[in-house]
Ligand binder design. Structure first.
Ligand SMILES: [Zn+2]
Length: 242
């Protein structure tokens, strides 16, 4: 995930987009209350903030509980649902910048457990898979810790319909050092072992230990937080292969 929608930046997708659920559900990996941040800049069109509780019998828009809708500057509309009572920070007509806090994760409306239900509507007024908004930009530039002067480019190709895995070769302009990165953009669950298996990679403890060391994660013991770090690198195509 390149674009964050949780302030804690530890998103785990628990429910994917399909025809019966034209949205994705997201929770923080640590289960803590976290703020929801705007994916893109835009103008708030709706901000419902007075829903006090969960209601499994709710219908229509009430199923969203407290929710915010933002007409994004890129022509798309984002809807963030089930926010906690009294947490919504924005009002209709207000301009928000990408990354601004709009509310807190909750379970108001027809929700089972705290989560963010995120819908994205494109400029044709049809709902699209929000994973595209989370994974954009598809071409990102970042600088690994080993250097502070050279720029590496990573190209993430995301294909929803297939499990194609792309190993991206990253070439340093000056010294021609080439790293190969493991990349599992189509893996949306919370296990590094399953994530590695999903791309046909070794997922043993010993291999993960080597990967951890190679990627700057010290004293790998297979702890939850270490595994989440590995997983986030893998999902973002930034896990350096050993
Ligand atoms: Zn949902």
């Amino acid at each position: 995930m390149i674009n964050h929608v949780l302030e804690s930046m530890n998103e785990v997708i628990t429910n994917n987009y399909d025809q019966s659920h034209q949205a994705i559900d997201i929770v923080p990996s640590d289960g803590k209350d976290t703020n929801i941040i705007a994916l893109e800049s835009g103008t708030v069109s709706t901000a419902i903030k007075n829903v006090k509780s969960t209601n499994h019998k709710s219908k229509g828009l009430a199923t969203y509980g407290n929710y915010v809708k933002i007409n994004q500057n890129n022509g798309k509309t984002a809807l963030y649902a089930h926010m906690k009572y009294n947490s919504v920070k924005v009002n209709p007509g207000q301009h928000v910048n990408k990354g601004d806090v709009i509310g807190t994760i909750g379970e108001t409306g027809n929700a089972y457990g705290k989560h963010l239900h995120l819908e994205i509507q494109n400029s044709n007024q049809t709902k699209e898979n929000p994973i595209h908004s989370l994974n954009k930009p598809n071409t990102n530039t970042y600088t690994p810790k080993q250097t502070n002067s050279n720029t590496y480019k990573s190209t993430n190709t995301t294909k929803q319909s297939t499990n194609i895995t792309k190993n991206t070769n990253i070439t340093k302009n000056t010294n021609k050092i080439t790293y190969t990165y493991l990349n599992a953009p189509n893996y949306h669950y919370g296990s590094i072992v399953d994530g590695l298996k999903s791309i046909g990679s070794d997922s043993s403890y010993n291999y993960r230990k080597k990967l951890a060391k190679h990627n700057g994660i010290q004293n790998y013991r297979g702890s939850y937080s270490q595994n989440i770090k590995l997983l986030n690198l893998l999902k973002n195509g930034k896990l350096k292969k050993v």
